[in-house]
Design a protein around this ligand. Structure first.
Ligand SMILES: [Zn+2]
Length: 152
């Protein structure tokens, strides 16, 4: 076996370290629904326009549906009209990890939860959206759960 880059098999980070939240495939299957498992653990994509958070406006924090890690604030969510929830920045830079995704015959940047490695979606930039970063984190509703602010 020659040395190679760590496989993005969901248990090892791109830098070779292990995710803090590491469950077995069986444990993930028990914790997640079939649809959630398909998106979060198999890097699937939910159909556009059907996700529960596509047009959500409520304020709060979007957490990883697999492990609960806080990923995005609602005030970075914007209307991209792409059919999926879109954010222009993560809650903090270390909340997500980036992997090169060469599927579909193009190079895209996959976004994963930094705590458990769950697939969130992809990030695109330079599309001209009037946001502070000109980035679009295109995130599956099934990958996140909105924890709404209370009292405010
Ligand atoms: Zn997670």
């Amino acid at each position: 076996m020659s040395a190679s880059t760590p496989a993005s098999d969901g248990t090892t980070r791109p830098d070779g370290t292990t995710y803090p939240v590491a469950l077995t495939e069986q444990e993930w299957r028990e914790r997640l629904t079939d649809q959630e498992y398909y998106v979060l653990r198999e890097a699937g994509t939910e159909p556009p326009w059907v996700g529960e958070y596509t047009d959500a406006k409520a304020t709060g924090v979007y957490t990883c549906r697999a492990c609960g890690y806080e990923l995005f604030r609602s005030d970075t969510k914007f209307d991209s009209h792409c059919g999926w929830p879109s954010f222009f920045a993560p809650l903090a830079g270390d909340r997500v990890l980036y992997l090169e995704d060469r599927s579909l015959g193009q190079i895209r940047t996959e976004v994963r939860c930094a705590a458990c490695g769950g697939h969130l979606g992809h990030v695109f930039e330079g599309e001209g959206f009037p946001t502070p970063t000109d980035q679009r984190y295109c995130i599956n509703s099934l990958s996140v759960r909105l924890v709404e602010d209370s009292g405010a």
